[in-house]
Design a protein around this ligand. Structure first.
Ligand code: IVH
Length: 666
């Protein structure tokens, strides 16, 4: 027994030290294999002697039992937000206010503003006892069991101090990409960005999920420390670092605002190379005595501000404008650019949307243009640098004929787009085929744009039914098609025959029928035979199917060639029935939100207002725009204004975001 205790203690200390070197210092001491072996040894000993297992055992990191719900945590000191500075002037204003209030010149600690989610961690005599989210700033949620799975959060500190620290939990870019790749393969919804992924992971009731998500943390401030005088913020960071916490080593102590501005500017370009996302720089008055003197406004400290990055813009040359024909015949002009790196990726094309936009921006071929990524994702031409024109630039005019089939392009009334209306247009057919095999449609692996084009050019496919008639021998004759890839391709095509009806419906590319409507139709009619004979009234009677869509569906199925195609698909063995679960009727008992009239106001941290609306409606609630006596519930995010006051006046129930999220978890 004594021996087991000794061994468990020894292994626990050793593994914690290895993990500290690996995750906090980024200086591994042993190989992964050796670490895993020792951990296995420890787990075996702990299983044999559960009473000897230590609270700070590394085996705690795998995630304990799932919770029923998160309990609320009242913050001892509120978790505030920061005021913003968007440019140099804002920064100088901030500096002026600070110096005026203090009566002397402050020095600043500058740090990266990590784009994750704020958490607070409490330690008693060196033991990690509580970890919570920010919530509404006053009340957060106890997510201790999820936070324990983050390997860079120490379970026991190097000194037995009682301390509260705050930091940003985040998901590194690489882990995010890997997670989304895996989710895409499994057909799961993708996370929009690393911040959402981190927040989503820490909001799971089952800590085993968080444990698998490769989360990390940087500690950026010390709440309360007992019995210790620390003069400055940068020394506080050094101190927590010594206790075993991970702090970000890019912080800098700046003597004056000029140095602060240089620091901010230097990160405008360097940020792309960081292995994690940042959305700005946090500037804090360094002296803690100065901080205390400056104090807080209702929402944020007067001693700090956040410099927010502008969307990165770069200049490049627009070489050409290429036209592409979409599945529905719409002609879209695309700018072909000299390759240039923007916000972390190389951009060589940017959609110009339509002819009007080209005219509005006065774009000519050969122009120098400014590019940015809208929402940091989709490349966009911001403007033309007219002053850089040499005279060699050429005007661009949209063609009058389809670049693919040479039939005349038409401008449909009320639309900005030019359209090719030839149903036999090869470009449209190819786009339709690409759509048919895409992920949300028939999801045929190995059949991307390139292979579809190859098959089409070699006259092996003309319509979607032809995909199911492809023969091994023919495919083997094609370039870059080996035995193995042909076999895999045929297998994937064959597997797609079993798809549930909604995938086929979406794949057919009926105008206005997206994947969501396809699902609704499949659930409602269950077979394509019943859908085919449905008339406009029957279609319109379905929730979510409007007049335009009903008309489009009916028109589609009235076409004799469509009837023929569907018969052909059936003969080829393609399933045309719905296979998923029947939709569950939302009933009174399923959610508190059922039947309630709900107003959303303020900004939410974790979801957009649109998503919140969808979630409420899925639970039978009704979202309206303004607060009145008929309102049952107000959900108030941050910076809620007059709607909140009005709701309070009318004695209407008010929830914060955390309470709302809790309801959604149910
Ligand atoms: S200091 C009084 N430092 O940015 C608030 N915040 O609006 C003091 N953040 O939600 C915050 N990196 O989670 C501070 N190095 C950093 C930060 C940081 C990210 C987040 C923080 C908060 C938001 C501030």
């Amino acid at each position: 027994m004594a021996e087991a205790k000794h061994e468990i203690d020894r292994l626990t200390d050793m593994l914690n030290d290895y993990a500290y070197h690996y995750y906090v210092l980024d200086q591994p001491k042993v190989s992964d294999a050796e670490y895993d072996m020792l951990l296995k040894e420890l787990i075996a000993l702990e299983e044999a002697n559960p009473e000897l297992k230590r609270e700070d055992s590394p085996s705690e990191r795998v995630g304990g039992q799932p919770l029923e719900h998160f309990s609320k945590v009242q913050h001892d000191t509120p978790m505030l937000s920061l005021s913003n500075a968007f440019n140099e002037d804002d920064l100088r204003d901030f500096d002026r206010r600070v110096n005026q209030n203090l009566g002397h010149e402050a020095t600043y600690s500058c740090e990266l503003k990590i784009d994750g989610l704020a958490v607070t961690l409490k330690y008693e005599e060196g033991r990690f006892v509580l970890g919570a989210t920010r919530g509404d700033g006053t009340t957060g949620e106890d997510i201790t069991s999820n936070l324990k799975t983050i390997p860079s959060i120490p379970l026991r500190l190097k000194e037995p101090v009682t301390i509260e620290v705050r930091g940003e939990a985040f998901m590194p870019k690489r882990s995010f990409t890997r997670l989304n790749d895996a989710r895409e393969k499994n057909g799961e919804a993708l996370f929009a960005n690393p911040r959402n992924a981190a927040a989503g992971s820490l909001r799971q009731l089952d800590p085993k999920i968080a444990a698998k998500r490769n989360l990390d943390i940087y500690i950026y401030s010390v709440g309360s420390i007992l019995d210790r005088q620390i003069p400055s913020h940068h020394e506080a960071l050094e101190y927590v670092n010594k206790l075993g916490f991970k702090t970000n080593d890019q912080h800098k102590h700046c003597k004056n605002i000029d140095e602060v501005i240089d620091y901010c500017n230097s990160w405008l370009s360097k940020r792309a190379d960081l292995p994690y996302d940042i959305d700005g720089i946090v500037i804090k008055v360094d002296s803690l005595a100065d901080q205390q003197e400056l104090g807080f406004t209702a929402k944020s400290p007067r001693w700090a501000t956040a410099f927010k990055f502008p969307a990165e813009e770069v200049v490049t040359t627009l070489r050409d404008i290429e036209l592409s024909i979409g599945r529905t015949g719409v002609v879209t002009p695309t700018a072909i650019l000299d390759p240039v790196s923007v916000a972390g990726t190389t951009v060589q094309r940017a959609s110009l949307h339509n002819e009007d936009l080209i005219r509005e921006k006065d774009i000519k071929l050969g122009d120098k243009v400014t590019i940015k990524k809208a929402g940091d994702i989709i490349p966009e031409v911001v403007n033309v640098l007219v002053e850089h024109r040499t005279g060699a630039e050429r005007d661009f005019s949209m063609p009058t004929e389809c670049p693919s089939c040479v039939s005349e392009l038409v401008r449909i009334e009320g639309e900005v787009a030019l359209r090719c209306v030839n149903p036999k247009c090869p470009a449209q057919i190819v786009e339709g085929l690409i759509h048919f095999v895409s992920r949300n449609a028939m999801n045929i692996d190995g059949l991307g744009e390139r292979v579809i084009k190859q098959l089409f050019e070699n006259e092996l496919i003309e319509d979607v039914a032809d995909l199911y008639k492809l023969e091994r021998e023919e495919l083997l004759k094609l370039e870059r098609m080996g035995e193995k890839s042909v076999d895999n391709l045929l297998k994937a095509i064959d597997t797609s025959k079993d798809n549930s009806l909604e995938k086929l419906l979406f794949g057919l590319g009926i105008r206005y029928v997206g994947s969501k409507a396809a699902k609704t139709l499949a659930q409602h009619f269950e077979t394509i035979d019943k859908l085919q004979v449905a008339n406009r009234e029957e279609l319109e009677a379905i929730d979510e199917i409007g007049e335009k869509m009903a008309d489009s569906i009916a028109t589609y199925f009235e076409m004799p060639e469509v009837t023929e195609l569907i018969e052909e698909l059936k003969d080829l063995g393609v399933n045309t029935s719905y296979k998923g679960p029947k939709p569950v009727a939302v009933t009174e008992s399923s959610s508190y939100l059922f039947g309630k009239t709900i107003v959303l106001t303020g900004t939410m941290e974790e979801m957009s207002r649109g998503d919140a609306k969808t979630e409420i409606e899925a639970r039978g609630g009704n979202v309206t725009g303004s607060v009145s006596k008929k309102t049952d519930l107000l959900i108030a995010g941050e910076k809620a204004g007059s709607k909140l006051t009005k709701a309070q006046d009318l004695n209407i129930e008010v929830w914060d975001e955390a309470r709302f999220l809790q309801e959604l978890e149910k």
